[in-house]
Design a protein around this ligand. Structure first.
Ligand code: FEO
Length: 168
């Protein structure tokens, strides 16, 4: 595995773990607001992000490379409202999509076909991640940022479970 590819994947592992950390911070906000369903949704999202990180991690070792953990930045800890939080989720996912696309361009430039193949899974996953976040925004707009609609949506989000992605 080329040094620049390994460095880029290490950077993405950091970004995925940051995503998990960000979503846990959002979960903490929702737990503080007595919205356990939203908190559950964010905790499941955080688990998905850790799984994304581990898929890259395993790939590096499958290819004879090595992983180095860097510091994880502190995520925001104060949030304005449930709607603002879910909008921030979508914005964040769009940023991650751009990172994945940049990695794909690197894989093509370096003719690293195995990396390119791995990234196809992430490209598809990002389409789903953005779509899920967008749907949550729509549901929350319909439900309203407080009152019975919010309570019902919170109950629905409490049902989200975690399904691990396929191994790299
Ligand atoms: Fe790892 Fe939500 O993208």
């Amino acid at each position: 595995m080329k040094a620049n590819v390994q460095k880029a994947i290490n950077g993405q592992i950091n970004a995925e773990i940051y995503s998990a950390y960000l979503y846990l911070s959002m979960a903490a906000y929702f737990d503080g607001q007595d919205l356990p369903g939203f908190a559950n949704w964010m905790k499941m999202q955080a688990q998905e992000e850790m799984a994304h990180a581990m898929k890259f991690y395993d790939f590096v070792y499958d290819r004879g490379g090595s992983v180095e953990m860097k510091a994880i930045a502190q995520p925001p800890v104060k949030f304005k409202s449930p709607l603002v939080v879910v909008q921030q989720v979508l914005d964040h996912e769009k940023d991650v999509t751009a990172l994945i696309h940049a990695l794909y361009e690197l894989a093509q430039k370096e003719k690293d076909y195995a990396f390119e193949s791995l990234l196809k899974w992430y490209i598809d996953e990002q389409v789903e991640e953005e779509s899920t976040a967008g749907q949550l925004i729509d549901k929350l707009k319909l439900a309203g940022d407080k009152g019975p609609g919010l309570f019902m949506l919170d109950k629905e989000l409490g049902g989200r479970t975690f399904t691990p992605p396929p191994a790299a």
